[in-house]
Design a protein around this ligand. Sequence first.
Ligand SMILES: [Zn+2]
Length: 386
Amino acid sequence: MSHPFSFEIQARCSQTKARVGLFHTPHGWVETPRFMPVGTLANVKTLTPAHLKDAGAQMVLSNTYHLHLQPGEKIVAGAGGLHRFMGWDGPMLTDSGGFQVFSLSKINTITEEGVTFRSPHDGRLINFTPELSIQIQNELGADVIMAFDECPPYPATREAVVKATERTKRWLERCIKAHKRPDQALFGIVQGGVHADLRQQAARDLVEFDLPGYAIGGVSVGEPSALIEKIVQVTTPILPFNKPRYLMGIGTYREMAQAIAAGIDLFDCVIPTRLGRHGAALVQGERWNLKNAQFREDFRPLDATCPCYTCQNFSRAYLSHLVRAKEVLGYTLIAIHNVTELIRFTQRIRESILNHRFAEEFQFWLTSTDAEATLEDDEIDKRSDH
Ligand SMILES: [Zn+2]
């Protein structure tokens, strides 16, 4: 095997920076742009791998932080790796745990060495380092693994963001040294908060490592949505054109459409399954609460144009009944639809780029709702990526 990873650009949009690509991994290819469902604890909540295949999922995420705490990477490795453990034979990606350590855990100390925090399960102290994150991800065995990064909160002082961004770069060097498996691609993560110059410097620093793919992290941490679009717009032109670009934790229609227009290829978000567990369906750009009275006697499918199992077989009234009765099947059926819906949204964008109709067909989503938002820097590098 020469190199198990490659990224082909198959088409480009003439009006935006959107592109259509094919990302090859040891477990198959991913057509981009593409939404990736999140299986935090080695399962996409309420869905089986068969549901995911039917929904059009090609690459699925899982999480290093959560799997380290439960059941532990040794058990996953003992099962033959994450693909076999969870019964998913397609491409997989594991997040490094950086985001979760900084957002979910009770942090004890952050030092150059790593982060010490208390396990939310038994209170024991855990020391997460770049080396440990990579060692765990090597044992889990996903196709794409992520560098361990320091994710500053929002808002944060510029000084704090500078420190976190510089540390993320030094931690990346340690991740690269610790990484032992050539059948796994290590992606770097651009940090830099809402500061355009810090984002751009971080991207330039990352590119020097010539990685197989690049991610933009530290977004969707509480900043206005329009800032995410601007962060993506100033960062992507610096990332290599011929490598996959992944915007972490993003999965709303508007944010995905705008990021695709700026040249992003991959997305992930827990939103479709989380909404499903709250009885909310994503239908052609809207969010419907199926507990609402209007659905009780509505015998139409959620979306007559949707090919998913839920829309082909069940009515809004039935889903409303299941959700009101708190039946688990209701959450599964809505999650099947929601995951299908977001994947289809990125598939439809992919087709529109191929047909040279992206800017027209998705104009509604490409128009920003909050044009006033500006990044906290005006020395924005306007170099283009070609
Ligand atoms: Zn559906």
